[in-house]
Design a protein around this ligand. Structure first.
Ligand SMILES: Cc1ncc(COP(=O)(O)O)c(C=O)c1O
Length: 424
């Protein structure tokens, strides 16, 4: 059973609020995060722009994914890079997460600072300083379980020449025009042989990231994912037949982001050749926050050919900013910009205005046409906004929102029910 140190997470709520955190009430400077719980988002002194998390949506997304993984027989090692928020990791562990995925050694150090006990690194680790630190950490804490990927004979050599203690690895399979990961079965077999010869590495499975191989939900794109999953199965079956997993109690087969996890589940949970004790591990991260753009379009629970039985995830992040200028009819400028919200997939989606009297109105036909560092260009339809009013925007791609915020209020309606710290 994997875990996180609850005391270390709880201690975050004792941290003092001050000028380091964007958007926080000046009246709360000197208070702790915990003391700000209960404040009202609009009456409590918060200043725009602000990105807030929606508590009911968070709880829904965590529960839906945990239940679905259970129902299809997959373990979940959510990718922590999406939020880098130990308070959210804790909630994922409370809902049965098997482990936590990291992209690199710095994220891993954050996880270890909060006592995360099982970490899957979805990359090859070749930095000698990082490898030495990892070996010390594994020696220091015998309950720490770690696995990383290998995708080249050179990578195996770098790890072998630096490591002074055993480390478990997974063979990473890539695909044509993809990212990291070995491209052919022959090369994979050669790397597995190099691992077999390494006195410190042990091969415990294989995996990869199908999300780097397809970019839409048309049949042609979905077929790329099925092809990838078949190749991954072929690789694991071949490695098993060659005896690479002899003596391994649990062979790990891992894939999965938040766009194609239905096909990943099918590939990982179909029966394996006789007696091969495979644990399918899904690594979705963005599902937790979901969005009003990329993942709304891509998620198997909400796209056109919907996965039966799954409840759609709900967008759990929104940006609130104020109208700072209304220089010409149809154009208003908001106090948020690229420093505050994502823009790598789509521009923010204006959804609601909060008028000066506190009433709210859904926006129709409004759009954001451009973002500068500190400004958003709000193009209005027939509705009007006034200088000083708040506008709520939906965002696309949670991973590139969270890194812009070290502290995010979690709200239920307009009441702040928690404050979440991030570590990027
Ligand atoms: C290797 C790897 N695994 C898992 C994920 C999680 O994917 P998602 O953000 O779609 O949930 C990512 C995201 O980029 C990734 O790079």
């Amino acid at each position: 059973m994997s875990s996180i140190n609850a005391d270390a997470v709880a201690a975050l709520r004792s941290e003092t609020i001050d000028w380091r955190f964007k958007g926080m009430p000046a009246s709360a400077h000197g208070s702790t995060l915990g003391e700000l719980v209960g404040a009202d988002l609009f009456e409590g002194g918060f200043v725009g722009p602000l990105v807030v998390l929606d508590e009911p949506a968070l709880e829904h997304n965590i529960r839906v994914m945990a239940q679905w993984c259970d129902s299809v027989g997959l373990a979940l090692a959510p990718h922590g890079k999406t939020t880098m928020a130990p308070q959210l990791f804790q909630r994922q562990f409370e809902h049965g997460a098997w482990g936590l995925t990291t992209a690199n050694i710095s994220q891993l150090r954050v996880y270890r600072a909060f006592g995360v006990s099982r970490i899957l690194m979805a990359n090859q680790l070749v930095d000698p300083f990082a490898l030495r630190w990892l070996a010390d950490e594994l020696d220091r804490d015998p309950s720490f379980e770690f696995t990383c990927w290998v995708d080249s004979v050179e990578g195996v050599a770098r790890m072998t020449e630096t490591l002074t203690r055993p480390v478990d690895v997974l063979l990473e399979l890539g695909g044509p025009a993809g990212r990291t990961g070995v491209r052919s079965l022959e090369d994979a077999v050669e790397i597995a042989e190099a691992v077999r010869k390494s006195p410190v590495l042990r091969l415990v499975g294989a995996g990869g990231y199908e999300g780097a191989l397809a970019h839409g939900t048309e049949d042609e794109e979905l077929a790329k994912i099925d092809t990838y999953m078949s190749r991954l199965r072929e690789l694991i079956t071949r490695l098993a037949a060659d005896g690479h997993f002899d003596g391994v109690e649990q062979v790990i087969a891992t894939a999965g982001g938040s766009a194609y996890f239905d096909q990943v589940a099918e590939g990982l949970t179909k029966p394996w050749p006789d007696g091969l004790p495979v644990l399918g591990v899904l690594r979705s991260g963005s599902y937790l926050i979901h969005d009003d753009g990329l993942y709304r379009r891509m998620s198997p629970f909400s796209r056109k050919h919907r996965l039966p039985g799954g409840e759609p995830f709900r967008p759990a992040m929104h940006a609130w900013s104020q109208v700072t200028s209304h220089p010409e009819p149809g154009l208003a400028l908001l106090t948020m910009g690229r420093r505050d919200v994502s823009y790598d997939q789509e521009l923010p989606e204006p959804q609601q205005v909060r008028h000066l009297d506190g009433s709210t109105e859904d926006l129709h036909g409004a759009s954001i046409s451009a973002l500068n560092d500190q400004h958003a260009y709000l193009r209005l339809g027939s509705q009007q906004v006034e200088v000083g009013e708040w506008v709520r925007c939906g965002l696309s791609h949670p991973c590139t929102v969270f890194d812009k915020w070290q502290l995010l209020p979690v709200v239920d309606g307009t009441r702040v029910v928690d404050l979440v710290r991030t570590f990027f």
